[in-house]
Design a protein around this ligand. Structure first.
Ligand SMILES: [Ca+2]
Ligand SMILES: [Ca+2]
Ligand SMILES: [Ca+2]
Ligand SMILES: [Ca+2]
Length: 314
Protein backbone atom coordinates (compact mmCIF):
# COMPACT_ATOMS: atom_id res chain seq x y z
CA UNK A 1 0.00 0.00 0.00
CA UNK A 2 2.85 2.39 0.86
CA UNK A 3 4.27 1.61 -2.54
CA UNK A 4 0.99 2.53 -4.22
CA UNK A 5 0.86 5.85 -2.35
CA UNK A 6 4.43 6.60 -3.37
CA UNK A 7 3.78 5.84 -7.04
CA UNK A 8 0.57 7.85 -7.08
CA UNK A 9 2.49 10.75 -5.56
CA UNK A 10 5.24 10.29 -8.14
CA UNK A 11 2.71 10.33 -10.96
CA UNK A 12 1.12 13.54 -9.69
CA UNK A 13 4.50 15.21 -9.22
CA UNK A 14 5.73 14.18 -12.65
CA UNK A 15 2.51 15.22 -14.37
CA UNK A 16 2.48 18.54 -12.54
CA UNK A 17 6.08 19.26 -13.45
CA UNK A 18 5.44 18.67 -17.17
CA UNK A 19 2.39 20.94 -17.06
CA UNK A 20 4.42 23.63 -15.27
CA UNK A 21 7.31 23.30 -17.74
CA UNK A 22 5.04 23.50 -20.75
CA UNK A 23 3.46 26.74 -19.59
CA UNK A 24 6.27 28.58 -17.85
CA UNK A 25 6.75 31.82 -19.79
CA UNK A 26 10.15 33.42 -19.29
CA UNK A 27 11.01 36.80 -20.76
CA UNK A 28 13.13 35.83 -23.75
CA UNK A 29 16.72 37.08 -23.92
CA UNK A 30 19.36 36.99 -26.66
CA UNK A 31 23.03 36.57 -25.75
CA UNK A 32 25.51 37.86 -28.35
CA UNK A 33 29.10 38.99 -28.98
CA UNK A 34 30.05 42.61 -29.65
CA UNK A 35 33.31 44.57 -29.84
CA UNK A 36 31.68 47.92 -28.99
CA UNK A 37 33.93 48.24 -25.93
CA UNK A 38 37.12 47.83 -27.96
CA UNK A 39 37.34 44.05 -27.90
CA UNK A 40 34.83 41.20 -28.03
CA UNK A 41 32.59 40.87 -24.99
CA UNK A 42 29.38 38.97 -24.30
CA UNK A 43 26.13 40.84 -23.71
CA UNK A 44 22.50 39.84 -23.25
CA UNK A 45 19.44 41.84 -24.33
CA UNK A 46 15.68 41.55 -24.73
CA UNK A 47 14.49 40.45 -28.17
CA UNK A 48 13.74 44.08 -29.08
CA UNK A 49 17.32 45.07 -28.14
CA UNK A 50 16.34 46.61 -24.77
CA UNK A 51 17.78 45.97 -21.29
CA UNK A 52 21.32 45.50 -22.51
CA UNK A 53 23.61 43.80 -19.95
CA UNK A 54 27.34 43.30 -20.37
CA UNK A 55 28.56 39.98 -18.90
CA UNK A 56 32.30 39.84 -19.60
CA UNK A 57 35.02 42.45 -19.06
CA UNK A 58 38.42 41.23 -20.23
CA UNK A 59 40.88 42.62 -22.79
CA UNK A 60 40.97 39.28 -24.63
CA UNK A 61 38.38 37.74 -26.93
CA UNK A 62 35.11 36.61 -25.31
CA UNK A 63 32.46 35.29 -27.69
CA UNK A 64 30.14 32.61 -28.98
CA UNK A 65 27.69 32.48 -26.03
CA UNK A 66 25.39 29.43 -25.71
CA UNK A 67 22.60 29.34 -23.10
CA UNK A 68 22.13 26.16 -21.08
CA UNK A 69 18.62 24.73 -21.60
CA UNK A 70 17.50 25.91 -18.13
CA UNK A 71 19.01 29.38 -18.64
CA UNK A 72 21.16 29.11 -15.51
CA UNK A 73 24.49 29.02 -17.36
CA UNK A 74 26.07 30.47 -20.48
CA UNK A 75 28.91 28.59 -22.17
CA UNK A 76 31.29 30.75 -24.20
CA UNK A 77 34.75 30.92 -25.76
CA UNK A 78 37.50 33.08 -24.27
CA UNK A 79 41.15 33.72 -25.06
CA UNK A 80 41.98 35.10 -21.58
CA UNK A 81 44.35 32.18 -21.02
CA UNK A 82 46.06 32.96 -24.36
CA UNK A 83 44.53 30.00 -26.24
CA UNK A 84 40.81 29.49 -26.97
CA UNK A 85 39.08 27.84 -24.02
CA UNK A 86 35.45 27.07 -23.28
CA UNK A 87 34.13 28.60 -20.06
CA UNK A 88 30.74 28.59 -18.41
CA UNK A 89 29.37 31.49 -16.36
CA UNK A 90 26.13 32.45 -14.68
CA UNK A 91 23.83 34.71 -16.73
CA UNK A 92 24.88 37.64 -14.53
CA UNK A 93 28.53 37.22 -15.63
CA UNK A 94 29.73 35.59 -12.39
CA UNK A 95 31.28 32.23 -11.56
CA UNK A 96 33.65 31.51 -14.47
CA UNK A 97 34.61 27.86 -14.93
CA UNK A 98 37.15 26.66 -17.51
CA UNK A 99 35.69 23.39 -18.86
CA UNK A 100 38.38 21.97 -21.11
CA UNK A 101 41.78 23.40 -20.03
CA UNK A 102 43.69 22.31 -23.11
CA UNK A 103 46.32 24.18 -25.14
CA UNK A 104 45.03 24.89 -28.64
CA UNK A 105 41.65 25.78 -30.08
CA UNK A 106 38.50 24.82 -28.17
CA UNK A 107 35.32 26.49 -29.38
CA UNK A 108 31.75 26.55 -30.66
CA UNK A 109 29.96 25.09 -27.58
CA UNK A 110 26.37 23.82 -27.70
CA UNK A 111 24.45 22.14 -24.85
CA UNK A 112 22.73 18.76 -24.77
CA UNK A 113 18.98 19.25 -24.23
CA UNK A 114 19.15 18.08 -20.59
CA UNK A 115 22.13 20.36 -19.88
CA UNK A 116 24.39 17.50 -18.74
CA UNK A 117 26.85 17.70 -21.65
CA UNK A 118 28.36 20.16 -24.09
CA UNK A 119 29.40 19.46 -27.68
CA UNK A 120 32.28 21.61 -28.97
CA UNK A 121 35.16 21.86 -31.41
CA UNK A 122 38.66 20.76 -30.41
CA UNK A 123 40.83 21.92 -33.34
CA UNK A 124 38.91 20.48 -36.35
CA UNK A 125 37.22 17.61 -34.50
CA UNK A 126 33.96 17.45 -32.54
CA UNK A 127 34.10 16.47 -28.86
CA UNK A 128 31.52 15.99 -26.12
CA UNK A 129 32.29 16.88 -22.50
CA UNK A 130 30.31 16.85 -19.26
CA UNK A 131 28.99 20.36 -18.53
CA UNK A 132 30.91 20.16 -15.25
CA UNK A 133 34.05 19.71 -17.36
CA UNK A 134 35.11 16.10 -17.21
CA UNK A 135 36.19 13.40 -19.66
CA UNK A 136 35.88 14.75 -23.22
CA UNK A 137 35.14 12.08 -25.82
CA UNK A 138 35.51 12.42 -29.59
CA UNK A 139 32.38 12.18 -31.71
CA UNK A 140 32.76 9.28 -34.13
CA UNK A 141 32.64 10.69 -37.67
CA UNK A 142 34.95 10.14 -40.64
CA UNK A 143 35.96 13.68 -41.70
CA UNK A 144 39.24 15.57 -41.18
CA UNK A 145 37.79 19.08 -40.94
CA UNK A 146 34.47 19.72 -39.20
CA UNK A 147 32.80 22.80 -37.66
CA UNK A 148 29.68 24.19 -35.97
CA UNK A 149 28.19 21.23 -34.02
CA UNK A 150 24.54 21.56 -32.90
CA UNK A 151 22.80 19.11 -30.55
CA UNK A 152 19.33 17.92 -31.64
CA UNK A 153 16.40 18.64 -29.28
CA UNK A 154 15.70 14.89 -28.81
CA UNK A 155 19.31 14.47 -27.62
CA UNK A 156 20.09 11.75 -30.19
CA UNK A 157 21.94 13.55 -33.01
CA UNK A 158 24.56 16.18 -33.80
CA UNK A 159 24.24 18.40 -36.88
CA UNK A 160 27.60 19.77 -38.07
CA UNK A 161 29.50 21.20 -41.02
CA UNK A 162 32.07 19.25 -43.04
CA UNK A 163 34.76 21.24 -44.87
CA UNK A 164 35.99 19.04 -47.73
CA UNK A 165 37.45 19.92 -51.17
CA UNK A 166 36.64 23.63 -50.68
CA UNK A 167 32.99 22.85 -50.05
CA UNK A 168 31.04 23.10 -46.79
CA UNK A 169 28.18 20.65 -46.31
CA UNK A 170 25.80 20.03 -43.41
CA UNK A 171 25.71 16.49 -42.03
CA UNK A 172 23.93 14.80 -39.14
CA UNK A 173 25.15 11.81 -37.17
CA UNK A 174 23.86 9.89 -34.14
CA UNK A 175 25.72 10.48 -30.87
CA UNK A 176 27.11 6.92 -31.18
CA UNK A 177 28.47 7.64 -34.70
CA UNK A 178 25.77 5.77 -36.62
CA UNK A 179 23.50 7.02 -39.41
CA UNK A 180 25.81 9.64 -40.93
CA UNK A 181 23.90 11.65 -43.53
CA UNK A 182 24.69 14.62 -45.78
CA UNK A 183 21.65 16.92 -45.64
CA UNK A 184 22.73 19.65 -48.05
CA UNK A 185 24.76 18.05 -50.87
CA UNK A 186 25.34 21.28 -52.81
CA UNK A 187 28.55 22.61 -54.45
CA UNK A 188 28.18 26.02 -52.72
CA UNK A 189 28.88 26.52 -49.01
CA UNK A 190 26.38 25.53 -46.31
CA UNK A 191 27.11 26.74 -42.77
CA UNK A 192 26.09 26.91 -39.08
CA UNK A 193 23.10 24.55 -38.66
CA UNK A 194 20.67 25.14 -35.75
CA UNK A 195 17.65 22.99 -34.87
CA UNK A 196 14.02 24.05 -34.51
CA UNK A 197 12.81 23.43 -30.92
CA UNK A 198 10.61 20.51 -32.10
CA UNK A 199 13.58 18.96 -33.95
CA UNK A 200 11.72 18.78 -37.27
CA UNK A 201 13.66 21.50 -39.10
CA UNK A 202 17.16 22.93 -39.39
CA UNK A 203 17.99 26.57 -40.11
CA UNK A 204 21.39 27.35 -41.69
CA UNK A 205 23.14 29.82 -43.96
CA UNK A 206 24.26 29.16 -47.53
CA UNK A 207 25.88 31.18 -50.30
CA UNK A 208 24.32 29.04 -53.04
CA UNK A 209 22.67 32.08 -54.65
CA UNK A 210 25.91 34.10 -54.67
CA UNK A 211 25.49 35.75 -51.27
CA UNK A 212 24.79 34.33 -47.82
CA UNK A 213 21.13 33.72 -47.13
CA UNK A 214 19.23 32.03 -44.29
CA UNK A 215 17.56 28.77 -45.30
CA UNK A 216 15.22 26.40 -43.49
CA UNK A 217 15.09 22.72 -44.46
CA UNK A 218 13.41 19.65 -43.01
CA UNK A 219 15.70 17.66 -40.70
CA UNK A 220 15.95 14.96 -43.41
CA UNK A 221 17.45 17.54 -45.84
CA UNK A 222 14.31 18.02 -47.96
CA UNK A 223 12.44 21.21 -48.85
CA UNK A 224 14.95 24.13 -48.77
CA UNK A 225 13.40 27.57 -48.36
CA UNK A 226 15.37 30.85 -48.55
CA UNK A 227 13.81 33.04 -45.85
CA UNK A 228 16.18 36.04 -45.87
CA UNK A 229 16.27 37.01 -49.57
CA UNK A 230 18.55 40.00 -49.21
CA UNK A 231 21.68 40.91 -51.23
CA UNK A 232 23.67 41.43 -47.98
CA UNK A 233 25.41 38.69 -46.00
CA UNK A 234 22.90 36.87 -43.78
CA UNK A 235 24.51 34.45 -41.34
CA UNK A 236 24.54 32.53 -38.05
CA UNK A 237 20.82 31.83 -37.59
CA UNK A 238 19.30 30.39 -34.40
CA UNK A 239 15.73 29.48 -33.56
CA UNK A 240 13.59 31.14 -30.87
CA UNK A 241 12.50 28.86 -28.01
CA UNK A 242 8.83 29.04 -29.08
CA UNK A 243 9.70 28.13 -32.68
CA UNK A 244 8.15 31.27 -34.21
CA UNK A 245 11.24 33.41 -34.91
CA UNK A 246 14.83 33.30 -36.14
CA UNK A 247 17.64 35.49 -34.80
CA UNK A 248 20.54 36.00 -37.23
CA UNK A 249 23.40 38.31 -38.24
CA UNK A 250 23.32 40.56 -41.31
CA UNK A 251 25.41 43.45 -42.67
CA UNK A 252 22.48 44.85 -44.69
CA UNK A 253 22.65 48.14 -42.75
CA UNK A 254 26.38 48.58 -43.32
CA UNK A 255 27.91 46.51 -40.50
CA UNK A 256 27.11 43.28 -38.64
CA UNK A 257 23.93 43.58 -36.58
CA UNK A 258 21.65 41.08 -34.85
CA UNK A 259 18.22 40.76 -36.48
CA UNK A 260 15.05 38.91 -35.54
CA UNK A 261 12.52 37.79 -38.14
CA UNK A 262 9.51 35.49 -38.32
CA UNK A 263 10.22 31.92 -39.52
CA UNK A 264 8.61 32.74 -42.89
CA UNK A 265 11.17 35.57 -43.30
CA UNK A 266 8.69 38.37 -42.69
CA UNK A 267 9.26 41.40 -40.44
CA UNK A 268 13.08 41.39 -40.09
CA UNK A 269 14.18 44.02 -37.55
CA UNK A 270 17.61 45.25 -36.54
CA UNK A 271 17.78 44.91 -32.74
CA UNK A 272 21.40 45.96 -32.07
CA UNK A 273 21.71 49.02 -34.32
CA UNK A 274 25.29 49.84 -33.33
CA UNK A 275 28.35 50.61 -35.53
CA UNK A 276 30.39 47.85 -33.81
CA UNK A 277 30.54 44.23 -34.92
CA UNK A 278 27.54 42.42 -33.37
CA UNK A 279 27.36 38.66 -33.90
CA UNK A 280 26.74 35.15 -32.45
CA UNK A 281 23.11 35.46 -31.28
CA UNK A 282 21.75 32.72 -29.00
CA UNK A 283 18.16 32.71 -27.77
CA UNK A 284 16.81 31.74 -24.36
CA UNK A 285 13.31 31.79 -22.88
CA UNK A 286 9.76 32.45 -23.88
CA UNK A 287 7.33 29.55 -23.89
CA UNK A 288 9.35 26.50 -24.86
CA UNK A 289 8.27 24.16 -27.63
CA UNK A 290 11.16 21.76 -27.11
CA UNK A 291 10.46 18.05 -26.95
CA UNK A 292 13.38 16.48 -25.14
CA UNK A 293 13.39 12.77 -24.45
CA UNK A 294 16.66 13.29 -22.60
CA UNK A 295 15.09 16.06 -20.49
CA UNK A 296 12.03 13.94 -19.61
CA UNK A 297 14.24 11.11 -18.44
CA UNK A 298 16.09 13.48 -16.15
CA UNK A 299 12.91 14.89 -14.64
CA UNK A 300 11.43 11.44 -14.09
CA UNK A 301 14.65 10.25 -12.51
CA UNK A 302 14.71 13.32 -10.25
CA UNK A 303 11.24 12.56 -8.95
CA UNK A 304 12.07 8.90 -8.50
CA UNK A 305 14.91 10.02 -6.26
CA UNK A 306 12.46 12.14 -4.29
CA UNK A 307 10.26 9.01 -4.13
CA UNK A 308 13.11 7.17 -2.44
CA UNK A 309 13.14 9.86 0.23
CA UNK A 310 9.39 9.57 0.75
CA UNK A 311 9.80 5.84 1.13
CA UNK A 312 12.58 6.36 3.69
CA UNK A 313 10.47 8.80 5.70
CA UNK A 314 7.23 6.81 5.84
CA1 LIG B 1 36.83 40.57 -23.97
CA1 LIG C 1 42.23 25.53 -25.47
CA1 LIG D 1 21.72 37.54 -48.28
CA1 LIG E 1 26.62 46.49 -35.44
Amino acid sequence: MYLRIVFTYLFILTFTSFAALAQAPITPRIAFTTDRDGNEEIYTMDIDGGNLVRLTDDFSYDGHPAWSPDGKKIAFVTRREINDEIYTMNPDGKNFINLVERLGYDGHPDWSPNGARIVYMQETQIYIISSSGKAPTKLKQPFQITRSPAWSPDGDKIAFVVDQNDNHEIYIVDINGNNLKNLTNHPEGDYTPAWSPDGNKIVFSSDRTGNNEIYIMNADGSNFVNISNNPAKDMRPVWSSDGSQIAFVSDRDGNNEIYVMNVDGSNPRNITNHPADDTDPDWFGGTSQAVSREGKLTITWGYLKRGDIIETLR
